[in-house]
Design a protein around this ligand. Structure first.
Ligand code: NAI
Ligand code: 15L
Length: 264
């Protein structure tokens, strides 16, 4: 690839992508509204609010691939979510359509299906059950990806990321954890494969506890290699196991399912 765009490059996953994906393109174009520091010789920095249509079009111009990590990443008031995750996603897809259909990774979230019980087993055909406004915005993003694929041929990997952090932070994350290495390996596969389509992918490592079946995307050749279970003793030592009716034990989205609407 000549130019790979990473949105949300100042965020937790954006920093990892910036560090670990430079081998994938001649130039990494990094974008955010927060400080991105100095550009390395193979980097371009473009500050852009995702809600600004003209700015998004300029950001996407000349990019061959997009890792779309930018946006509101937890439950927040609607105006913030609407700007970044609703208008921002529309702006991104319009810019992609007008700029040669670059392949996109859309960072969706487990909160698109967070109201499913942990006793449910989900695959790519399972119904969405968002657990808040943030989750609804991720369902919207997946729908945009689907429509732009069917209508215009834009290919997107919609990755319902579980919990992508250095380590699981609690008992629920023993099931939802996605290691940074498995995250990077997934991005590499999405851009390596000749035909992607518009799949739903559950972004979790090879955890012993698993609620999600990625059988429909075996063609990607993505084989997660890490397992959150190795952190169980550490999590057990750090906190008590939640009770049987705690949201973190009942719902796939955990606490998000019982959080209220955040008013501005
Ligand atoms: P983060 O909150 O650390 O990073 C998001 C970045 O987007 C921030 O740097 C922020 O400045 C930027 N941003 C926010 N509003 C913006 C706007 N209006 N215009 C331009 N940029 C804006 O989130 P993180 O953890 O790095 O997640 C990256 C993506 O992955 C997000 O879309 C999030 O929803 C998704 N995700 C992450 C998970 C995780 O475990 N880290 C789990 C599920 C989904
Ligand atoms: C997400 O979607 C968030 O972006 C992340 O910060 C975590 O809360 C994660 O889900 C999770 O469910 O653990």
């Amino acid at each position: 690839m000549k130019r790979l765009l990473i949105t949300g490059a100042a965020g937790g996953l954006g920093k990892i992508a910036r560090e670990r994906l430079s081998h994938m393109a001649d130039i990494l174009r990094l974008s955010d509204i927060e400080d991105l520091g100095d550009a390395a010789p193979n980097e371009e920095i473009v500050y852009c609010d995702l809600g600004d249509k003209a700015a998004v079009e300029a950001m996407v111009k000349d990019c061959d691939g997009i890792v779309h990590l930018g946006g509101i990443s937890v439950e927040r008031p609607w105006d913030l979510i609407m700007n970044a995750n609703i208008n921002g996603v529309f702006n991104l897809y319009e810019a992609a359509r007008k700029n040669g259909n670059p392949r996109i990774i859309f960072a969706s979230s487990n909160h698109a299906i967070g109201f499913h019980k942990q006793s449910d087993r989900l695959d790519a055909s399972s119904l969405t059950r968002p657990d808040g406004l943030y989750g609804v915005s991720k369902c919207f993003g997946e729908s945009m990806a689907s429509m732009y694929h069917d209508k215009f041929g834009v290919e997107t990997a919609c990755v319902r990321i579980g919990s992508c952090f250095p380590e699981p932070r609690n008992h629920r994350m023993l099931a939802t954890w996605l290691s940074y290495d498995d995250f990077v390996r997934l991005i590499e596969r999405v851009f390596a494969i000749s035909r992607l389509g518009c799949p739903i992918i559950y972004g979790a490592s090879d955890n012993t506890i698993s609620w999600w079946d990625n059988g429909s995307v075996s063609y990607l050749g993505w084989r997660p290699q890490d397992n959150g279970e190795v952190f169980r003793a550490k999590v057990d030592a750090a906190m008590e196991q939640p009770g049987a009716d705690a949201p973190d034990v009942v719902y796939q989205g955990g606490f998000f399912a019982v959080d209220g609407i955040h008013e501005s």
